[in-house]
Design a protein around this ligand. Sequence first.
Ligand SMILES: Cc1cc2nc3c(=O)[nH]c(=O)nc-3n(C[C@H](O)[C@H](O)[C@H](O)COP(=O)(O)OP(=O)(O)OC[C@H]3O[C@@H](n4cnc5c(N)ncnc54)[C@H](O)[C@@H]3O)c2cc1C
Length: 347
Amino acid sequence: MPELNYIPQGRSTISLAFFNESRILFLEALRAIIVLKTTKSKSSTHKEEAWTKLFEAFGNRLKLKVPLASYTTFGIGGRADLFFVAEKPEELVYAVRIAQKLRLRFMILGGGSNVLISDSGFRGLVIKNECQHILTTRNTITAQSGALLGEVVKVACESCLSGLEFVVGIPGTVGGAIRGNAGAFGGSIGDVLTRAVVLTEGGEIKEVDKKFFQFQYRESRLKRTKDVLLSATFELRGQAQKRIEERMAENLKKREESFSGAEKSAGCFFKNLIQDGQKISAGYLLDQVGAKEMREGDARVFAKHANILINAGSATATQVRRLAEKLKERVKAKFDLDLQEEVVYIN
Ligand SMILES: Cc1cc2nc3c(=O)[nH]c(=O)nc-3n(C[C@H](O)[C@H](O)[C@H](O)COP(=O)(O)OP(=O)(O)OC[C@H]3O[C@@H](n4cnc5c(N)ncnc54)[C@H](O)[C@@H]3O)c2cc1C
């Protein structure tokens, strides 16, 4: 079985090779902190058990109090209580299962290009997904969920497989893209997905098809559940590499025109509205209410595109959210329409 598809079924497939003296010291220090800080409620016992198991498995690869700002494109965010970089699916699965079983709060972080993490950070475990294997067959490409979209489209192009050119230039990972059904130039990632492997919120590993995700515009079932995407397979069609490269270059050029200068953002902040089957551009509505004149500290509206909020220096999450609220209020007051965030708030 190729490594990509190797997904452990057992509870602990992680080697305990990480077990060493420094881990014991670290663990003891951690226990002491927990005992000092918490009264022994049932949930704190669970939490301690979860932390202990994670330390046993991952040793000092499990980090404490990690600042998250540099893991996001916004460059904003406080610290995570616990932080772990999963490099293999079995590590990702193990960490999630421990968190699920012992009710430790957790989140998967992909490229951090669609999140706004609060200034106080994340109370629980952040699992940074760096499972990045990509495998091609005659007309499909299968990628682990931590693979960067940019890598996937590059491999597709090198393999003369067409159908993913619209994602070129979208930052982030396959997991984040499937969750939000990311897209551009009229295409969405859900259009080309055929199969995937998910870890359900019940801890089960399941192979699923496209229907499972209930894709809609910037929506999928992953937004409504705690299911974790492990890998995805896209069905593409053979085409001359040169034609694929040309389309990618065209798309990149168009993106360069609209996005250059917006690197410290999370892309479009609000979703476009769909009313009676018609799309209403959030950017248009925001332009009409004078969004580009508005700011909160270093949180600004991007001059080229009113639906992009940028961190123009050292903006805080509080400032970005305050600006977003004001923008929503203005649109509501003028058009009686409710804008909905595309960006995910992490508290
Ligand atoms: C300059 C710029 C341009 C952009 N242009 C576009 C665009 O054209 N089109 C577009 O659609 N988006 C665009 N975006 C937004 C963003 O790049 C996409 O939404 C991207 O797909 C997010 O992926 P990520 O890995 O960064 O997700 P993250 O920001 O890391 O996470 C987003 C959410 O997905 C969840 N998640 C991540 N991985 C998994 C997983 N394996 N399983 C389950 N849940 C998971 C996270 O927990 C979080 O809730 C842009 C962003 C920037 C900064």
